[in-house]
Design a protein around this ligand. Structure first.
Ligand SMILES: [Zn+2]
Length: 248
């Protein structure tokens, strides 16, 4: 959850990266958004563009904020958020919400749960929030969330029936934990952990009208990017959010 600058910047913005579809089907068209939080750009983008069956465009926030509104469904099946954009008005977040509600999938990863901290509609859409400061949610005082780097995180498949997790086994991943997340009551939890520094919910899904939403807390750095379970979960999440078969 460190707030460093982003290293690569606009060099990769708009870069079109394609991966071959797994079964001859049309690839899922995904827009990957980053910005507002540092990360190992080359390693992460390499992980994302080698996911099978997904054609990826990468864009940076807040520059790309104006694109996130109804109409973008003609270009993309899924939006993947790996940003921590602090900008964005309530109106812009509502337009993004309308885009998802209209049927574009949303896969939110890791620190994207802390984006748009001042717009409650974003947390409702994602189904959770990392609180950068204490605040009241639904009339309840919630303390600020916490993070811890370099943890060995035991991850339990809490829902074995969902297409994203079907057939996967429990695993351990070296990653960052988030503690004290606010999690919306309307989510279906897929993954949990018993790590003492972590909120128990590691991944969940929900629906926003016609849009499918996935949040996966994992994914701080290269040990996560290269973990087979992380790759499988993110790839399946994108396919499921796009209403394609997620499980092999
Ligand atoms: Zn992180």
């Amino acid at each position: 959850m460190k707030r460093r600058g982003v290293g690569v910047g606009s060099v990769v913005a708009g870069m079109l990266l394609a991966a071959l579809p797994a079964d001859g089907a049309e690839p899922v068209r995904a827009l990957l958004l980053y910005g507002g939080h540092g990360f190992r750009t080359n390693a992460f983008f390499e992980t994302m563009r080698t996911l099978p069956g997904i054609q990826l465009e990468i864009a940076r926030l807040p520059e790309a904020l104006e694109r996130l509104k109804p109409g973008l469904h003609r270009e993309f099946d899924v939006i993947v958020r790996y940003d921590m954009a602090r900008a964005g008005t309530a109106e812009q977040v509502r337009a993004f919400r309308d885009l998802i509600a209209g049927g574009v999938g949303l896969v939110a990863l890791h620190h994207s749960i802390a984006a748009h901290p001042d717009v409650p509609d974003y947390a409702r859409l994602i189904g959770g929030k990392y609180l950068l400061k204490a605040e009241a949610i639904d009339g309840r005082d919630v303390p600020r969330s916490t993070f811890s780097h370099g943890e060995q995180v035991p991850v339990h498949i809490a829902d074995r029936e969902h297409p994203i997790t079907r057939g996967l086994e429990d695993f351990v991943i070296h990653d960052e934990t988030y503690g004290g997340l606010w999690v919306a009551p309307d989510v279906r939890v897929l993954l949990t952990t018993t790590h003492p520094n972590a909120s128990p919910q590691i991944a969940w899904v929900r629906e926003e009208d016609r849009g499918r939403v996935v949040y996966i807390q994992l994914g701080h750095g290269e040990t996560a990017y290269s973990h087979p379970a992380f790759r499988a979960l993110v790839g399946r999440a994108i396919l499921w959010a796009a209403r394609r078969d997620a499980a092999p």
